[in-house]
Design a protein around this ligand. Structure first.
Ligand code: SAH
Ligand code: SF4
Length: 319
């Protein structure tokens, strides 16, 4: 702003900040998935991932871009395979810190989008943290991002992923907007889920499916099950009939995602052959399933991995 005196500029900048996130690292994979590491005002780190619909993102107009955003620093839910929970929970993000992940990416790519359009058309709340454990801040942020006067991202283009917080799923079904719901299932029996997701001991599969049914009775659109395939843990075809039954009951699409190996954890991605046998068995049962080739595998795109690396770097530097 050229029309205000320098003294006033200095004064204003000591009182106000325009963004609560500062870019510290941007990492791109060959297939054009881009990952951002942000520093928050209190020195904590969170991440976002930009996933273009088509691989020809650079230089070409591709209309769909999905941003995956974080909602917490760390996570209290401690799923055994996940990097986000490894060092426990630090804090909830404020609504502005969720919104600023979107705005900061828009600002970085402003020149690529013409005619006042926006880059980000879809949001997935699948970054670091359990979104429904930060319910009020999340809904404040999403309701703003959804508003016409703001980013104007349609509610149906916003997917909230949860590990299965039953009371909050029911609460979400009572608010007016049609946000989409994805359930991180990762096991189709309590036996398997109990082993890798501590939340299942509190909200078992029967409680979870009841809550999802309530959600569906009030909302249009189908829900998604996320099912990461982990070698020897949940990739046995014995899970398939249970998964088929759950997806049939809840009319859910199933996203099969090969596990992204995490440094320091003993879990492994299964071979391509066992991924395909699992998929085939599901399709044979009539399940609407897709095998998601993890685009960001080579840039640590699974939630929490980039931050974990940064924290380790800081530790080894004695910071
Ligand atoms: N807490 C929420 C949302 C964030 S996690 C949830 O659990 O749904 C987003 C997704 O990434 C979840 O489905 C989660 O289980 C999955 N995920 C976590 N670690 C992963 C890894 N190493 N490889 C692949 N997916 C992973
Ligand atoms: Fe938390 Fe989701 Fe990771 Fe589980 S999978 S520890 S709920 S971020």
């Amino acid at each position: 702003m050229g029309n205000i005196p320098d003294g006033l500029k200095r004064k204003l900048s000591s009182y106000f900040t325009f963004s609560s996130v500062k870019l510290v690292r941007k990492q791109g994979a060959i297939d054009t998935t881009l990952k951002f590491l942000w520093k928050l005002s209190d020195g904590q780190y969170v991440e976002s991932v930009l996933i273009p619909a088509s691989p020809s993102f650079y230089g070409e107009a591709s209309d769909r871009h999905t941003l995956c955003v974080s909602t917490q620093v760390g996570c209290a839910y401690g799923c055994k395979f996940c990097a986000s929970g490894l060092e426990g929970f630090k804090r909830n993000l404020k609504p502005g810190e969720v919104i600023d992940q979107v705005l900061a990416v828009e600002t970085l790519f402003k020149k690529r989008v013409s005619g006042g359009k926006r880059l980000i058309t879809n949001l997935v709340i699948m970054g670091m943290g359990e979104p429904l454990a930060n319910y009020d801040n999340l809904l404040d942020a999403l309701n703003i991002l959804n508003s016409k006067w703001s980013a104007n991202i349609g509610a149906r283009k916003i997917t909230i992923s949860t590990s299965g917080l039953v009371p909050q799923i029911i609460k979400l079904s009572d608010q007016p907007r049609q946000y989409r719901l994805a359930i991180s299932l990762h096991g189709a029996t309590d036996e398997v889920r109990d082993k890798i997701m501590p939340i299942n001991r509190k909200y078992s599969l029967s409680k979870l499916t009841d809550a999802v049914e309530i959600y569906q009775s009030k909302k249009k659109g189908s829900i998604t099950f996320e099912y990461i395939l982990i070698d020897g843990i949940n990739d046995g075809v014995d899970q398939v009939p249970h998964l088929a039954m759950l997806s049939d009951r809840l009319r859910a699409k199933v996203n099969i995602i090969p596990y992204n190996n995490v440094e320091g954890l003993r879990y492994k991605r299964p071979s391509a052959t066992s991924q395909e046998s699992f998929m085939k068995a599901l399709i044979d049962k009539g399940v609407r399933a897709t095998l998601r080739r993890e685009k960001g595998h080579d840039i640590d795109a699974a939630c929490g991995q980039l931050r974990l690396r940064k924290e380790k770097e800081l530790d080894s530097n004695g910071n």
